[in-house]
Design a protein around this ligand. Structure first.
Ligand code: SF4
Ligand code: SF4
Ligand code: F3S
Length: 266
């Protein structure tokens, strides 16, 4: 059952592509309309709110004051830190200024996606804007729900844990909830028996690819990547990269644009 008092959520967008919001809007367990209407009280979210321009800015400031100490701040996107944050602004204020004025007043800060958690593509070398994840940029300990995009189930599970039990779920050393990021892709992969039997795909479109063999030799990063994609899958359990025949590119790991590339090995 939904809690009586819906928790206020202020969702900030910084350096990002909105893919995390798009993923969240496709939540099916529960459906997004139930989440938005019955479970959460989303006070500010640039993609789905009616207000625009100065009115939107005022709404955010009013919500932060009204719900100080009570709201959940979800951050999507990385924060530019060089040149006083000049690489990213909204309404004349830098991402850094907005984050500093909102995040410390939240009851909990959740970094949704690899951009907010670890910097993501904005922080890829040579990173001219000095982009960082939220925890690094502000010197705080946000809860990280990485993935590019992450599965909405992982965000919803974290929030529901907080609502029902009054506490955050157990985390690992990168502040990721263990229920979602406790095991590697490789350890949960349905192609694992092919890996153990030395049955590999060496070329896309090959006979081995049709047989669903292991993608390790195409550059699969499943052994180094902690996420629950093989179990929860995307779009309500329809599919996930490896089921679709594509190697895992390690999209939920820190610095994956620098450390997991080249994504394809031949
Ligand atoms: Fe987009 Fe990926 Fe960043 Fe999410 S983590 S905002 S999907 S680039
Ligand atoms: Fe591991 Fe990737 Fe092979 Fe799956 S496809 S068994 S994750 S190397
Ligand atoms: Fe990302 Fe790998 Fe899952 S690329 S979506 S962590 S299978």
């Amino acid at each position: 059952a939904a809690p009586k008092q819906r928790p206020p959520v202020i969702w900030l967008h910084f350096g990002e592509c909105t893919g995390c919001s798009e993923g969240f809007l496709r939540s099916m367990y529960p459906w997004i309309d139930e989440l938005l209407i019955d479970i959460l009280d989303v006070e500010y979210h640039e993609t789905i709110m009616a207000a625009a321009g100065h009115q939107a800015e005022e709404n955010r400031e009013r919500a932060v004051e009204k719900y100080a100490g009570k709201f959940i701040c979800v951050v999507e996107g990385a924060i530019a830190t060089k040149y006083n944050g000049a690489y990213g602004k909204i309404g004349g204020k830098t991402f850094l200024e907005i984050a500093k004025s909102v995040c410390p007043k939240a009851a909990a800060v959740i970094s949704i996606g690899t951009c907010a958690a670890f910097g993501g593509v904005q922080a890829a070398a040579p990173n001219p804007g000095g982009y960082k994840g939220v925890s690094d940029a502000l010197g705080i300990k946000a809860i990280n729900i990485p993935g590019c995009p992450p599965n909405p189930v992982n965000l919803v599970g974290t929030i529901v844990n907080y609502l029902l039990l009054g506490k955050l779920p157990a985390m690992d050393n990168l502040n990721r909830p263990m229920f979602a990021y406790g095991k590697t892709i490789h350890d949960q992969c349905p192609r694992r028996s092919h890996f153990e039997n030395d049955e590999f795909v060496e070329e896309f479109g090959s006979e081995e690819a049709k047989l669903g063999y292991c993608l390790y030799k195409l550059g699969c990063r499943g052994p180094e990547t902690y996420n629950n994609c093989p179990i929860v899958k995307f779009h309500g359990g329809t599919s996930w990269p490896i089921q679709a025949g594509h190697p895992c590119i390690g999209c939920s790991e820190p610095d994956f644009w620098d450390k997991m590339t080249p994504f394809y090995e031949e």
